[in-house]
Design a protein. Structure first.
Length: 343
């Protein structure tokens, strides 16, 4: 699947997607040849404060971004703090509101748990002179674009619809490798109450069906090996002849453990962890959608600090462009490479 290119400024992309045909990504490419002026001008030697509003401290993906945030802060005369909402959108909204009121940070990097609910406090942060970087998940009501949806923010994201299409591309390629018709595919959703997960799921399922696959199940697989194992048990009970299973890399770790040694089922993960790389390299996984999340977090922080110090920076970056293989992590693409984090 080939990703079409839209005007954008290439920056990040431990995860990038190459999509074809019906799975093409209309928003591919790093966006924003245009740049954004700093929200404030500070002395070059002034120490800045960075707040990282991550999904959850217990989440390996957020921890990978946090490692990048810390590294960038250390290299550019800044301190960094992880503000933990533990996957709760309402809590994150309140945390950001409180941080704006207390003027706690100069720069905030946000992994939005609820990209719609947090829009208002983001606007308040910008009005208070805080530089805001949207990292990984879009903030606003659209999930099919990497472009900023709030004027003044820096956007370095992976559009959920493009992510879903990339997963579908690998799923269809796995079907081709298995040479089965019709190919039975199970898609393990993340969280059923997350708008971004709903957008990703819809894009993936539609692309799979358009490519000729029979989507036989779409249970909640979550983001842990235990939830993935439970979902896979249900899939196998209802569809013992399933050919391809797609889900978060953590869920696929649990799911694939149930069929260890079988060569008639291939897996596709969503995440670039050490475990996902290992699954792809040993052949039990066809591929995994890779966002180099440490690089993503570091790049987001670098851009935020530069903007706050008065430099011009790209306003939109496709995270997929931070990898040379556009996030489509097949064995050929990952050979010789090392993952940036472990689950």
């Amino acid at each position: 699947m080939k990703r079409s290119t839209r005007a954008a400024a290439a920056v990040f992309g431990a995860a990038a997607l190459a999509l074809t045909g019906a799975c093409s990504n209309p928003n591919a490419g790093a966006s924003g040849a245009a740049s954004s002026a700093a929200s404030s001008t500070v002395d070059a030697d002034q120490e800045l404060r960075v707040g990282f509003f991550g999904f959850a401290k217990a989440n390996s993906f957020a921890q990978a971004a946090w490692a990048g945030v810390q590294e960038a802060a250390q290299e550019d005369n800044a301190t960094a703090e992880f503000v933990d909402s533990n996957f709760d959108g309402a809590v994150q909204v309140q945390q950001l509101t409180d941080a704006v009121t207390s003027k706690r940070f100069d720069v905030v990097v946000i992994q939005a748990n609820d990209g719609t609910a947090i829009t208002q406090p983001v606007k308040q942060a910008l009005a208070a002179g805080i530089t805001v970087v949207v990292e990984f998940t879009p903030i606003g009501g659209r999930f099919d674009t990497i472009e900023p949806q709030v004027d003044g923010v820096i956007s370095i994201v992976d559009a959920p619809t493009a992510n879903g299409e990339g997963l579908a591309e690998m799923g269809l390629d796995a079907c081709t490798q298995l040479a089965v018709q019709p190919c039975q595919v199970a898609y393990l959703q993340g969280f059923d109450n997350y708008p971004l997960d709903a957008a990703r799921t819809e894009a993936a399922v539609n692309a799979l069906k358009a490519g000729g696959a029979d989507v036989v199940a779409s249970p909640i697989g979550g983001y842990t090996p235990d939830s993935g194992r439970t979902a896979m048990q249900n899939v196998l009970q209802a569809n013992p002849d399933v050919d391809v299973v797609i889900g978060s890399s953590q869920a696929i770790e649990g799911a694939s453990a149930l069929t260890e040694g079988r060569t008639d089922i291939l897996y596709v993960g969503n995440g670039g962890s050490t475990q996902a790389y290992a699954g792809v390299m040993d052949g039990s996984w066809y591929g995994t959608y890779v966002i180099p999340e440490k690089t993503d977090g570091k790049t987001a922080t670098e851009l935020g600090l530069k903007k706050h110090r008065g430099e011009e920076v790209p306003v939109a970056t496709d995270s997929a462009d931070l990898t040379p293989f556009k996030a489509i992590g097949t064995k050929e693409a990952l050979t010789g490479l090392t993952a940036e984090y472990s689950d």
